[in-house]
Design a protein. Structure first.
Lengths: 414, 443
């Protein structure tokens, strides 16, 4: 059972209280502040305590939302479809096998342009059977049309989950958003967190307008999702128009995500790089590319390497879908070699999925940049400063011209 | 325009040949207090040359010859009741009416010294109650037309269903009744196939309509209904789903919504398989049925297992209301739809409509209603209802059913069925009725 957070004294402007909590509770606080209409839940490790917190908040009246205790993730998202089509703001959370079970309604959600927000408390894939963190679940879903944003810290989980509603419901976007936070490391990692004031969040999010574009409403009767496509008549062009619209929404999201972050910084004083963060990169010869909570240990390793005289930096990706091609290319242009650290596997290319995306961006830079793939942190494995130091050393060898085939498995001897 | 009730006669069930005169005696008693058949206003006449018996009874005609023949306005068509009323004080006993009527529906009674005719016993005909074999029935379905014909038809005039498909009837009748403050979900299957959600940007329905997943209709509607409740708006969340979307791949969602007693009106149109995609078998396909995935060959003779009894499973969820229905018994369906609609305001309501498919079951498109009727009359598709906390109640007699061949013989999908298979099907039907009777507290 989830236990309530320890309250601390008031902190900065726009902050109601400072608490000590883990990432799952931080997400629940964000949900409370975003004032959803319907929350549907089904528990799964390591997400369970998140939906416990949300349920308790609803039981306590802290969240005035309808709570649906649904019989599985497939119905969880289906219930959110119905509520969103009736105009409701919605929330859920899942991961791993639960996400896999949710897949059928999941990959339909972007096509209907429903601005649903769902936390992915990322978990590795099975088999082998495993209940621990890893990003294989989220990465498997990267081509479904959901926006995917990966958090580095517990505070960032809270802040970004609120921002997600601003992004999803923006009229130029109208797409579902996954806020991904690493299972185990962020879900259970406890830190001090500032909880924003309700009124400030209300102002930040503004009035919701969920189903202006598509609705199941007797006051505006329409057919939602008639059979579309086929080889003749108005079909093919209409289908293409839907796909083009979705792609446009995804591209529009890049600017909207940036705006959401800069407005957040103005109001709440916490400034996160919305797409790609550059850490000690300006004078770097080479860099690690990271994603999610691993970045903290990577930054420590880079700081230590800097002390040894290594000119190394970090490129951390926060927004993975849509992929911030320009921002990534801009960062890559500053270095001559990158080692990309993934917390999941790309089976088709024998590398990490983030590595493959970075490789495509290298072509965009028009510059020969040496690249190497590192895979670590699978199934809850720890990625420590030692692991990143090893990655830094191998990337330095890349810079010196020693390339290597296949990925480096950072935890293979752990 | 008004529709009227009438007495219908099925000569194939009449026991006149076995010296039955129950209807005649009953009428005589009610009208004269005696058993004298001369006082009966209903007569059953033996058929000529061994033909079926014929009914001599006033048909309460819409364009009555007796009224036209009457020179004294003693006979009039009553616009309220639809009956041909006879007024003794105006009658001149000319008997022209008896000549005008070709049905023997008005005759001279020598004892009374004037004509006499059927007055439907004020809507409760004694002859029908007395008939032991079901040959006489009082057809009251006129009320459906009278109550519904002015309500808007919420489905498009044209549609792409197969000829003879009764989904159209289900769709039009149900929507007319449920009304415009409805959100309709029609998961993949025959219902969207007939154009409910339209094609390429068009719509087939005048209420908001959605093509949900085959698998998620109930949970999607549950979420939608919750949102409307939150907004303080009374919107009916209604599903018209096939048996696959309800009972196979969509069953988890259906069961979950029933368990939570979500406020949904869920109508399953059971045509025993995936008829829309080419007649593949589903969990609802009955034992022995030919389908494209339970074919007939040297090693296999149609489906090898029995059908899932979805309605009974839903009853065991103890949701607000569960009933079975058949389009051959539309009045019964309307009553159940009324109850289900009302129940869906309190919680989950489930209607299971047996829906024979002329295309997939291989019977002529003109025979759909007859197949429906025989399904009920053989107890293959018994009609019942269940209200939360109560007992199962049969809404059509399960006594004296026809042998199951009377139903199976109508459809090509059973054409290959062996004596052994037939016995097995009959046994399954008997067992199922026995189980239902237990829920009805009948044994």
């Amino acid at each position: 059972m989830a236990t309530p957070a320890l309250k601390m004294k008031m902190k900065t402007a726009g902050c109601a209280q400072s608490i000590v909590c883990d990432g799952n509770e931080a997400a629940a606080w964000a949900v409370a502040l975003a004032r959803p209409d319907l929350v549907a839940v089904y528990p799964i490790t390591p997400q369970s305590s998140l939906v416990e917190y949300v349920s308790q908040f609803i039981a306590d009246g802290k969240i005035e939302a309808e709570l649906m205790n649904v019989e599985g993730e497939h119905s969880v998202l289906s219930a959110l479809h119905g509520a969103a089509l009736a105009g409701g703001r919605t929330y859920t959370a899942t991961c791993g096998p639960g996400l896999a079970f949710m897949f059928e309604p999941y990959w339909r959600t972007p096509g209907m342009r429903l601005p649903i927000v769902a936390s992915l408390v990322t978990r590795d894939g099975i088999t082998p059977q495993c209940v621990w963190g890893g990003q294989q679940d989220a990465m498997t879903m990267k081509e479904t049309g959901w926006i995917q944003i990966y958090c580095e810290t517990v505070q960032e989980v809270l802040d970004t989950t609120i921002m997600a509603y601003r992004i999803a419901e923006h009229h130029d976007v109208m797409l579902p958003v996954n806020i991904c936070h690493d299972g185990n490391y962020l879900s259970y990692g406890v830190t001090q967190v500032e909880v924003p004031e309700q009124s400030a969040v209300d102002d930040y999010l503004g009035e919701k307008n969920i189903n202006w574009h598509v609705a199941l409403d007797p006051l505006r009767p329409m057919a939602v999702d008639p059979l579309t496509g086929g080889a003749g008549g108005p079909g093919p062009g209409k289908f293409v128009a839907y796909r083009q619209g979705l792609c446009e929404g995804m591209q529009n999201a890049l600017g909207v995500i940036e705006q959401a972050h800069s407005d957040w910084a103005d109001i709440f004083g916490r400034d996160y790089a919305p797409l790609v963060e550059e850490y000690r990169l300006d004078d770097a010869d080479y860099a690690l590319v990271t994603i999610g909570s691993m970045t903290g240990a990577a930054k420590d390793a880079v700081d230590s390497a800097r002390e040894r005289g290594e000119r190394v930096g970090i490129i951390k990706i926060k927004t993975f879908r849509p992929f911030p091609v320009e921002a990534m290319a801009r960062a890559l242009k500053k270095v001559h070699a990158v080692g990309v650290v993934d917390r999941s596997v790309h089976y088709g290319w024998n590398c990490g999925p983030l590595f493959q995306e970075v490789l495509s961006c290298v072509y965009r830079t028009g510059k020969p940049i040496a690249t190497g793939s590192f895979i670590g942190g699978l199934a809850g494995a720890d990625l420590t400063e030692t692991h990143f130091t090893r990655a830094i050393d191998r990337t330095a060898q890349l810079l010196a011209g020693t390339e290597f085939d296949g990925p480096v498995w950072l935890n293979e001897n752990d | 325009m008004t529709a009227y009730n009438t007495i219908a006669f099925d000569p194939s069930r009449c026991e006149l040949c076995n010296d039955c005169d129950a209807c005649i005696t009953a009428c005589a008693q009610v009208k004269s207090g005696t058993d004298n058949p001369l006082h009966s206003r209903i007569k059953i006449v033996a058929g000529f040359n061994g033909n079926d018996p014929e009914l001599a009874l006033c048909r309460q005609c819409g364009d009555p010859e007796c009224v036209k023949s009457c020179p004294s306005t003693a006979l009039t068509k009553n616009p309220e009741t639809g009956m041909i009323d006879w007024e003794k004080s105006l009658c001149v006993d000319c008997l022209l009416c008896t000549v005008g009527c070709t049905y023997g529906g008005i005759t001279y009674n020598a004892t009374l010294k004037h004509v006499a005719k059927c007055d439907l016993c004020d809507g409760d005909p004694a002859c029908v109650k007395a008939c032991p074999s079901g040959a006489l029935t009082y057809v009251t379905s006129a009320s459906i037309f009278n109550e519904q014909h002015e309500r808007e038809d919420l489905f498009v005039p044209g549609l792409s269903a197969c000829q003879g498909c009764n989904s159209e009837m289900i769709m039009r009748h149900s929507l007319r009744k449920v009304g415009p403050d409805t959100v309709l979900a029609t998961p993949p299957g025959c219902i969207p196939g007939m154009g409910s959600v339209g094609f390429n940007g068009t719509t087939g329905t005048k209420v908001p309509v959605f093509h949900p997943l085959l698998t998620n209709t109930a949970s999607m509607l549950a979420g939608l209904k919750k949102q409307y409740n939150r907004m303080g708006r009374n919107v009916t969340a209604m599903a018209l789903a096939g048996d696959g979307g309800a009972g196979d791949v969509g069953f988890q969602s259906l069961s979950g919504a029933a368990e939570r007693n979500d406020q949904v009106l869920f109508i399953c149109v059971d045509n025993e398989g995936y008829m829309n995609t080419g007649m593949q078998a589903s969990g609802s396909t009955s034992y022995g049925s030919w389908t494209t995935t339970t074919p007939v060959g040297s090693q296999m003779k149609g489906k090898r297992t029995g059908q899932k009894n979805l309605a009974m499973i839903m009853m065991n969820h103890n949701c607000e209301y569960v009933a079975t229905a058949s389009t051959a018994f539309v009045e019964d369906y309307y009553e159940k739809l009324d109850k289900a609609l009302e129940a869906s305001e309190r919680g989950f309501a489930y209607l299971h409509i047996y829906s024979p498919c002329p295309t997939g079951w291989r019977f002529p498109s003109s025979q759909t209603i007859e197949v429906c009727r025989k399904g009920v009359e053989t107890n293959f598709a018994p009609l019942w209802e269940y209200e939360r906390g109560g007992e199962l109640r049969f809404t059509h007699s399960i006594d004296n059913p026809l042998p199951v061949e009377a139903y199976l013989n109508l459809s090509g999908k059973y054409r290959h069925v062996s004596e052994e298979q037939l016995a097995h099907i009959q046994e399954q039907v008997n067992e199922r009725v026995k189980t239902l009777k237990r829920f009805a507290g009948m044994n």
